[in-house]
Design a protein around this ligand. Sequence first.
Ligand code: CAA
Length: 258
Amino acid sequence: MSESFVLVETRGRVGLLTLNRPKALNALNDQLMDELGAALLAFEANPDIGAVVITGSEKAFAAGADIGAMKDWSYMDVYGNEYITRNWETLKRIRKPVIAAVAGYALGGGCELAMMCDIIIAADTAKFGQPEIKLGVIPGAGGTQRLPRAVGKAKAMDLALTARMMGAEEAERAGLVSRVVAADKLMEEAMDAATIIASMSLPSVMMAKECVNRAFEGSLNEGLLFERRVFHSLFATEDQKEGMAAFTEKRKPDFKHR
Ligand code: CAA
């Protein structure tokens, strides 16, 4: 049997996925992406999981798509067979929150994978970049679209055109990552955040995620209307009654849907 490139664990209501191709700095080949997609879909379908964390190694979250695997591919391999990109969009289909816990390199497809997650928590060792330009290509898994939305045009252009890496502090200042922590605290911080999210009412968590994503996908007016309708619909859930009753009764909520 071939080696598994994604380690799958559950800790309480959190699903933990560890990219496990350390010798290649977690370079993302089709096997790894297939395994990642399958594991994400399994967590999505598992009612005992409320949030997911994706992490890599101390040295690399992921150093990009696998250059050795793709170097000889033709246009029809990548377009016709959708090599490299075929499983990348799976992450977009996951409605439960996904946190990227990033230490070391998150380059090219690795940076793009982190950006597809809902929250990026970075170790102070993290380095983000889109160095594809050095290979004679461009980012192919959303980098030219998600990076400017996260950090603005100026910095996105800088990173995509010069291939320079951005450290964790700069990434936090620029709005790419939500928190920077010491490397030895990374997993604790990410798992704590995921555990908190997984303790909330799942319908409201999924709807909050959907609404925040809308802010990046359409106009302000459409987003506001969408949010209002979703907000109204949550009044049909038992958890809204429980959450608000618990607040007024000064006790902890006991959510039914988690
Ligand atoms: N693909 C395949 N193998 C990779 C890789 C990648 N993206 N990144 C690193 N590796 C491999 C190296 O080939 C090397 O393997 P060997 O030991 O067998 O030679 C091993 O991982 C360790 O790498 P280095 O010896 O280079 O380690 P380093 O510490 O000197 O440098 C690095 C680290 C700066 C991250 C360097 O490895 C590097 O520049 N990697 C490539 C980064 C890159 O260009 N990523 C973009 C890929 S294209 C892409 O992602 C397209 C897309 O948008 C979908």
